[in-house]
Design a protein around this ligand. Structure first.
Ligand code: NAP
Ligand code: HSE
Length: 437
């Protein structure tokens, strides 16, 4: 059997998981492939760090250039993270004729257009299954499995850390910072966890999903992004009472004259399957014009699940690397000269219903003022709940669900409401999606 040598950049959560699979399950993998895989070299930052995975017989270096310039390495597997050094290294690897596998969604979302072009020029493959939704093979499913369809929309829970936090926050007395710390200890969070909490990681993944769904160039800087850090335990409780779950969703859809790409906390009716996806699990729904709604579910982060996708990509590269470039699946699933640079519309243009929560002085006439301002923007209240505000004597917490309205109109109404003396502090707004179509 022929042996294919690979080099790893990084031996942390995902790198360690990858090496572990390539040790524990190698015979089964080689039986699938009919070829041998050998990890020839691994680069790490700290040579003295204790590793939980066996590295005997493998060259370990702290010089990353040794991996991308290694004469025997055919596949460079980038599991370091970041967009600076990782980008330079992968550019060098590609120019050296090496195929690339990466789990780095930031790199693909921000620099994928150029990396894919460089890979085409150099006749090499760049695979990135682990970059979106960890262990779920969603890139392959949507890019290849749904290739017969015009995809209308794609939406999902695509950050494991965020979903884990929102799930744990439902437990009485849960503390946001403490729950995030556990997610970090479990290896779910990014090196900078604000990427998870503020939605940047999900925006990277949504950028990639939108491109493979619609055949558009990667446009990370156009994604509207809101995180989960403003969600309170009260919001989670009210959502529950109203029959919803709060989920941090990425949503990409076709709209008039372009596409809508957005990441934000979303209230989803409990009756919808995706509302019940909890903990570190992710789920991606894709709606194809022929197949209708589909959903892909599985662990969205962590060593084993993510490495499972990395190793599947390595196997894929080995199977395809000797085939002519025109026979391979293009990186975004559409012929590269057919990718469109479509306009992404502003969030102001979306239409949905909203959950609003605010603190208001509890006296006669306040509700009338609020409903009058909303009515001026053609917004009706479909549900209203009022209860004494625990934090503020004499104030009440008001929770409202609106009808379906354009976001720009809601913004006008919120600006007017905020100016009322009777309203205290910020007005919380959560978009509501039924994810049915
Ligand atoms: P991690 O645990 O922090 O591991 C990073 C690895 O890269 C470490 O082994 C580190 O070396 C090495 N490294 C970092 N900078 C280096 C440098 N300048 N030179 C040499 N080695 C360097 O990160 P991770 O969680 O495995 O994530 C890796 C990538 O996978 C990221 O792009 C992340 O977004 C992506 N990803 C992660 C998950 C997940 O669940 N964790 C899931 C999907 C995708 P030391 O060990 O010596 O520090
Ligand atoms: N930090 C990411 C998450 C890792 O929690 O989803 C998987 O991409």
């Amino acid at each position: 059997m022929k042996t294919v040598k690979i080099g790893l950049l990084g031996l942390g959560t995902v790198g360690g998981g990858t090496l572990n699979i390539l040790q524990k399950t190698l015979p089964e993998i080689e039986r699938r492939l009919g070829q041998r895989i050998e990890v020839a070299i691994i680069a790490v930052r700290d040579l003295n760090r204790t590793r939980t995975v066996e590295t005997q017989g493998i060259e370990i270096t702290d010089n990353t250039a040794d991996v991308v310039n290694h004469p025997d390495v055919e596949i460079v597997v980038e599991l370091m993270g970041g967009t600076t050094l990782a980008k330079t290294l992968l550019e060098t690897a590609i120019k050296n004729g090496k195929h690339v596998v990466t789990a780095n969604k930031a790199l693909i979302a921000e620099h994928g257009n150029a990396l894919f072009a460089l890979a085409k020029e150099n006749n090499v493959i760049v695979n990135y299954e682990a970059a979106v939704a960890g262990g779920i093979p969603v890139i392959k499913a949507v890019r290849e499995g749904l290739a017969a369809n015009k995809i209308e929309w794609i939406a999902g829970i695509i950050n494991g850390t965020g979903n884990y936090i929102l799930t744990e926050m439902k437990k009485p007395g849960a503390d946001f910072a403490a729950v995030l710390k556990v997610a970090q200890e479990l290896g779910y969070a990014e090196a900078d966890p604000t990427f998870d909490v503020e939605g940047i990681d999900a925006a990277h993944k949504l950028t990639i999903l939108a491109s493979i769904a619609f055949g558009i160039e990667l446009q990370f800087n156009k994604v509207y992004t809101e995180g989960i850090s403003q969600i309170t335990a009260d919001d989670i409780r009210f959502a529950e009472q109203l029959g919803y779950e709060i989920k941090h969703l990425g949503v990409a859809s076709r709209v008039d004259n372009g596409y809508s790409l957005r990441v934000h906390p979303t209230m989803v009716p409990k009756s919808v399957l995706i509302a019940n996806v909890s903990g570190v699990m992710n789920a991606v729904m894709a709606y194809g014009n022929h197949v209708g709604p589909t959903m892909y579910y599985g662990p969205g982060a962590g060593a084993g699940p993510t490495a499972s996708s990395v190793v599947a990509d390595i196997i894929d590269v080995i199977r395809w690397k000797d085939q002519p470039i025109e026979d391979r699946v293009p990186p975004l699933g559409f012929a590269s000269d057919q990718l469109q640079s479509a306009p992404v519309v502003s969030i102001d243009k979306i239409e949905t219903s909203y959950y609003l929560r605010c603190f208001a002085q509890d006296h006669v006439g306040v509700l009338a003022k609020i409903t009058s301002i909303l009515a001026d923007s053609n917004i009706s209240i479909e549900h209203l709940h009022q209860e004494p505000c625990a934090q503020n004597d004499g104030a009440a917490t008001l929770v409202m669900i609106t009808n379906c309205v354009k976001e720009s109109l809601l913004n006008t109404a919120i600006a007017s409401l905020t100016k009322l003396d009777d309203i205290e502090g910020e007005i919380m707004r959560i978009r509501i999606e039924s994810l049915r179509s």
